[in-house]
Design a protein around this ligand. Structure first.
Ligand code: AHR
Length: 656
């Protein structure tokens, strides 16, 4: 008994209060961006963000992938085969699917099982397909169960097809039932007796549910809602490794990604699958516009993943491409590329302030890749972009794809990009990394990927999902970056989305599948959401050391609110930390909203899409400053907290 009492006494750790006094002096920053990056990895584009439901809709091939019939299945014994006609649908889509009925009577057709299923709801699905061949009668498009065959929606489409021409057919299909299972297929059938020839050729067979903001060729609503929910204000596009491409013949060429879908040849994806290019530059720009995000446009810089480096005397073509792309985005509607943008439906130029040259040029083809980047590739892009753009408003900040920590003394007026995928302990060790760096930087890719003690990049194993301790580590890093928001443009989580049916990178902010019930906000999503929901436009100086409480304080000059963001990592014996905070200029009796995020006991706990359990607890309380103007509260170990005298500024548009 005595022993137990003694043990009890020893186990209670008293942690003295951390007393923080915040000055009214600091740096005006205009705000720190919490952002996202997109490239098509983990089927986060095709089969993900891009709302197209039909997999392999146009039998596209590329340097890395042959045409195939993947995703397509015969109905009633028809023979399906790939066909390269003398007169293809377009030069971009040169292969089609030939459909030859087994007999001259009865129904013939084919079906597609989507990106591992199709979500069926009572809503209008807009579809289209191109057909070549002489057929009179009707086509029937339908959505049905892949298990029972039950049909949920059917529409007849009168044939307009002709013997020697490609003819497009459009339809709207509205199912009559909300179907709980996404194990469904999409089929097109026709009457074999209506054929004048032996077969028909089909291409570009497409089906879209209602998209985010109703955009044609747009994005999947529930995924954008979840992304929008963490309030990103910066969008780095496109990629990632996707920008670089497998070789210098197959980099992500933005010119192949605009215009009618039949003119987009597809892209030889760098993450082991062919891409459609349906999610192209214009779609990315509209997505950013709809989400209210500023842009970091990444332009191909003449280095590909296999180490192909463009010699100096051949680089101009890529510089010209980049200048064309910048003009496409922000040139007036009467400029050459601005006019093309206007013809595609967007006469208004977009705001474009940041252009990044390449992606991680320190990595592929080392050391030649990085040496040539520093010797001539970055300097030439920097000079050309500055010359072309500095007479216009706003000027463009050109960003190098490496940072000062990659051994680059970035020439002025360039900025840097720092990427890190690491352990929670490393984030904490890196706190303060940018305190004395003068060159502006963006943290262009970051995430907790490895457990503490996990070894380096090549031998480390990514955790299966973002986990609570990893998310707290990210919070420490974000706080370190936001403290330097006068020079750090923002921080970007990557990659953001993972299709649970095919993925190459386990750690992502959101997990999803065809069934929207699987869409899961990770532990990191909750941390980033809280940090982004309380913008600071002026960081304020404070007076104590950091650890175990890491914090940034500041003012939101729009709301006149005072904001304190903190993360507690490794407190003594895991005890709660009492915090006292006083802001110069905040009166006694002021009420503030305190939001504290905590996880479960197990620091490795995750939000697993298969269980749907959210392990992150959110507690909101009201705290009043005492007669000295001090706010007092306790923060648990491994917690992330925000105190805001004006409360949350951003709201989650839709609650799930
Ligand atoms: O985010 C996944 C990959 O990590 C990106 O494509 C690349 O830039 C980085 O190495």
């Amino acid at each position: 008994m005595m022993k137990q009492m003694l043990f009890g006494l020893l186990a209670v750790t008293t942690v003295s209060a951390i007393d923080i006094s915040i000055s009214s002096k600091g740096n005006n920053t205009g705000g720190f961006h919490y952002g996202l990056l997109h490239e098509d990895i983990d089927n986060s584009g095709d089969g993900g963000l891009y709302a197209e439901l039909i997999r392999n809709r146009a039998f596209q091939a590329s340097e890395g992938f042959p045409s195939s019939l993947s995703g397509w299945y015969p109905i009633n014994g028809v023979i399906l085969s790939l066909n390269t006609l003398k007169e293809p649908l377009s030069s971009a889509l040169s292969t089609s699917m030939n459909v030859a009925p087994a007999s001259g009577r009865g129904k013939a057709g084919f079906y597609n099982d989507g990106y591992w299923g199709i979500d069926v709801k009572v809503q209008p699905y807009r579809g289209s397909f191109w057909v070549r061949g002489d057929y009179s009668g009707h086509f029937t498009a339908s959505l049905q169960s892949n298990i029972t065959g039950e049909r949920f929606g059917v529409v007849n489409i009168k044939s307009k097809s002709r013997a020697n021409a490609w003819v497009e057919h459009d339809f709207t299909l509205t199912p009559t039932k909300n179907v709980p299972s996404s194990n469904n297929t999409f089929a097109i059938t026709f009457e074999a007796a209506g054929l004048k020839s032996k077969s028909l050729d089909f291409n570009l067979i497409s089906l879209f549910p209602p998209t985010y903001k109703g955009r044609k060729n747009g994005m999947r609503r529930d995924l954008v809602d979840a992304l929008e929910g963490f309030h990103p204000t910066l969008f780095r596009l496109p990629g990632g490794n996707m920008l670089e491409g497998l070789t210098n013949k197959s980099f992500w060429n933005w010119k192949d990604s605009i215009g009618p879908l039949r003119d987009r040849p597809g892209f030889s994806g760098v993450w082991d699958y062919q891409q459609t290019n349906g999610l192209g530059l214009l779609e990315y720009l509209e997505f950013a516009e709809d989400m209210g995000m500023e842009l970091i446009l990444a332009v191909y810089a003449g280095l590909s993943l296999n180490g192909d480096v463009t010699p100096e005397d051949q680089l101009q073509q890529f510089i010209d491409d980049a200048l064309d792309e910048i003009e496409f985005i922000r040139g007036p509607a009467d400029s050459k590329w601005g006019a093309i943008r206007a013809a595609l439906g967007h006469p208004e130029p977009w705001k474009l302030e940041y252009v990044e040259v390449g992606n991680e040029d320190w990595l592929a083809g080392a050391p030649e890749g990085w040496d040539t980047y520093k010797e001539y590739r970055f300097p030439l892009f920097l000079k050309a972009i500055n010359e072309a753009c500095h007479s216009t408003d706003p000027d463009i900040q050109v960003i190098s794809s490496g940072s000062v920590y990659d051994g680059y003394d970035i020439p002025s007026p360039g900025a840097g990009d720092y990427h890190l995928y690491t352990t929670p302990d490393t984030w904490v060790a890196e706190f303060g990394k940018f305190d004395n760096v003068k060159t502006p930087h963006v943290i262009g890719e970051m995430a907790s990927t490895f457990p503490n003690g996990g070894t380096g990049w090549n031998s480390g194993v990514l955790r299966p999902f973002p986990w609570w301790q990893g998310a707290v580590g990210e919070a420490v890093a974000l706080i370190g970056y936001e403290r330097n928001a006068d020079r750090i443009i923002g921080a970007i989580y990557a990659p953001i989305l993972r299709n649970m049916n095919r993925w190459q990178w386990s750690i992502t902010m959101l997990q999803f599948a065809a069934d929207p019930a699987m869409t899961t906000r990770s532990t990191s999503w909750y941390v980033w959401e809280l940090m982004a929901a309380h913008p600071i436009t002026k960081t304020l100086a404070a007076d104590v050391d950091f650890g175990p409480v890491y914090y940034v304080a500041g003012k939101n000059e729009k709301t006149q609110g005072h904001v304190f963001k903190a993360a507690v990592y490794n407190s003594t014996n895991g005890a709660d930390v009492p915090v006292k905070i006083t802001f110069d200029g905040v009166a006694a009796g002021t009420t503030a909203e305190l939001t504290v995020l905590t996880g479960p006991k197990d620091p490795y706990a995750v939000n697993d899409p298969h269980t749907g359990v959210n392990v992150v607890k959110t507690r909101k309380t009201s705290v009043k400053s005492d007669r000295h103007g001090t706010f007092s509260f306790r923060l648990p170990n491994l917690s992330v907290a925000v105190l805001d005298t004006k409360g949350r500024r951003k709201t989650i548009k839709r609650e799930f």
